[in-house]
Unconditional design. Structure first.
Length: 563
């Protein structure tokens, strides 16, 4: 691992001799983010780009205006500004797209990968926009975000559970910062959003950023970092495009940042039992130092195949000290080699991933396999390789439609599995994203950094869409199991019947461009079986357990205006 790291550094130093500099990036989860991945399946984007390290950079995509990829705005637009140069071509300024995203849940919170938006019932809106300025190697991208959520009250966990259930809930969630509701009224907050200040010496950039980061090949979920939570302040050193060598291509990123607590306590409206027992377990009042790396290698001898490794560390800032505390990248994986254990409570995650792009077949297959608890030694790992594991597996395939070169059918499927395996019966690894020593878990401002399905959550997702350039119309089916790990602890089966909380969702979704506009919408119906694991009208004398079923409508509507 150390040799690979130093090799990448040496390659990067020599590669900085390149003088052509592009630094703009596409926000993770924005209307153009998935477009370029679809274009790669069609053979129109460099196959060396792994799409496992986002936001995507203009340098990698090799386009003059990343917000006008099909160049239609040159011929048909209401207003046309585009990038403007100054200082004899050394400087550039561009007004960034203005985006207005709206969301609505009729019964209870649903949905993820929406950045600073919060899990909430009712109406919610997100507005973002800004400007990009570059002069020489220095660039400033100012793109703040503002969120407003009506955030009305809904029937949550406390609405149908006993005192013992509430004790279990508070104990389990004492290891993660994940409030059920963000306060008792409406919510509004401004963020730095997708902003950064960078020095770029192609193909390397370094600087400060608040952008959302996505690590890994997943489309619906990512194990380590995604846009499920608001972006966090971080220093970054990263490649702006694949670095080509005689061995193949490399991409990499190293970050060090700050994670903050939500500040919303207690977790539920109910904070005590009738006998006066206080349920709330206060968390530590301290921000967390978060650091990690993502490195991948695109094999020269196996076209389209990318192999990658990520590793992250999360600890309370007042605990971190010494070089290995701030730069723990070479801390051994095996606990046996750390004589006295970690010098302070530190939550570690690692994942291996692969993505294989098949250019002729216009398809891809990918997976990510992660661990949230290191093995004691190699023998321990070989004996129990599935201890503390989680994984994501997915496929995508473009199928020509109606004999037209500019129209295709996109078929995609993805599985996310975060719940523990039977190995938990021998040694409990706790759930993903929670930690007994870092009680805010893998979160920022109360939302999980990785997969939005959450700790112990499992998802099977299928998507079928008609696509043509920036346009996309399709249907999506999802089956989502909520926190199976908590369910197994708190709610054992009754008479052999399962009480799992499972959501089955069907959605119509689309994106459509017209002149300067890109419109996006999603209309989704969700049937929740055994909502909140609540027993409704349960009669212990009968074998059958009646379901507590709830219907929820989730709607999204957004518009992006490109200047």
């Amino acid at each position: 691992m150390r040799k690979i790291f130093f090799l990448l550094v040496i390659i990067c130093v020599f590669a900085t001799l390149s003088t052509k500099i592009w630094a703009q990036s596409i926000p993770v989860g924005g209307p153009l983010d998935d477009y370029y991945r679809r274009q790669q399946l069609l053979g129109k984007v460099d196959s060396n780009i792994s799409f496992t390290m986002r936001p995507l950079n203009q340098s990698a995509l090799k386009v003059k205006d990343i917000f006008n990829p099909d160049t239609t705005l040159r011929k048909d637009s209401w207003t046309r500004t585009g990038p403007l140069t100054f200082g004899s071509g050394k400087g550039l300024i561009q007004i960034l797209p203005l985006s207005w995203q709206q969301q609505f849940n009729s019964d209870h919170p649903y949905g993820w990968n929406d950045g600073p938006m919060i899990p909430a019932k009712g109406y919610q809106t997100l507005i973002s926009g800004g400007v990009f300025i570059k002069y020489g190697p220095l660039s400033i991208q100012l793109r703040p975000e503002f969120v407003y959520a009506a955030n009305p009250k809904f029937n949550g966990f406390a609405s149908g559970h006993t005192g013992d259930d509430l004790r279990s809930y508070y104990f389990y969630n004492s290891f993660i910062d994940q409030p059920e509701r963000y306060g008792n009224g409406s919510y509004s907050k401004a963020f730095l959003g997708q902003s950064n200040v960078l020095l770029t010496f192609n193909p390397i950039a370094f600087g400060l950023s608040n952008e959302n980061i996505w690590w890994g090949p997943g489309v619906r979920n990512a194990l380590i970092l995604s846009n499920n939570a608001p972006g966090f302040k971080h220093a970054t050193i990263h490649t702006t495009r694949p670095i080509k060598t005689f061995l193949g291509s490399f991409e990499g990123q190293i970050i060090a940042g700050r994670l903050d607590a939500s500040g919303y306590t207690p977790l539920l409206d109910v904070t005590s039992l009738p006998d006066g027992t206080n349920l709330n377990i206060p968390k530590r009042d301290d921000w967390r130092y978060y650091t990690g790396f993502n490195l991948n290698y695109h094999l020269r001898w196996v076209p389209g195949l990318t192999l990658g490794l990520t590793r992250t560390f999360n600890a309370y800032s007042n605990d971190v000290s010494g070089f290995s505390g701030y730069f723990p990248f070479f801390v051994p994986y095996q606990k046996q080699t750390i004589i006295n254990g970690d010098p302070f409570p530190r939550d570690q995650y690692t994942s291996l991933y692969a993505r294989w792009l098949f250019k002729k077949a216009q398809a891809e297959v990918y997976f990510e396999y992660g661990l949230n608890d290191n093995s004691y030694n190699l023998r321990d790992f070989l004996g129990s390789p599935d201890h503390s594991r989680a994984y994501i597996f997915g496929i995508q395939k473009m199928i020509p439609f109606n004999g037209k070169a500019d129209q295709n059918i996109l078929v995609s499927a993805e599985v996310t599995q975060l719940s523990q395996t039977p190995d938990r019966l021998v040694r409990d690894a706790l759930g993903w994203y929670i930690h007994s020593g870092v009680n805010d878990g893998q979160t920022n401002l109360g939302q999980i950094l990785g997969a939005g399905t959450g700790s112990g959550g499992n998802l099977q997702s299928f998507d079928l869409s008609w696509v043509s350039g920036l346009k996309r119309l399709g249907i999506n089916f999802e089956r989502y199991e909520h926190n199976v790990d908590f369910y197994r602890i708190a709610f054992p089966d009754i008479n052999g019947n399962s009480r799992k909380w499972v959501d089955v969702a069907l959605a119509l979704q689309g994106e459509w461009n017209y002149k300067n506009l890109i419109l996006n919408t999603k209309l989704q119906g969700i049937k929740s079986y055994n909502y909140q694991w609540i027993l409704k009208n349960y009669d212990p004398s009968k074998y059958y357990i009646p379901n507590n079923d709830v219907f929820n409508f989730h709607g999204e509507l957004g518009v992006t205006y490109r200047f």
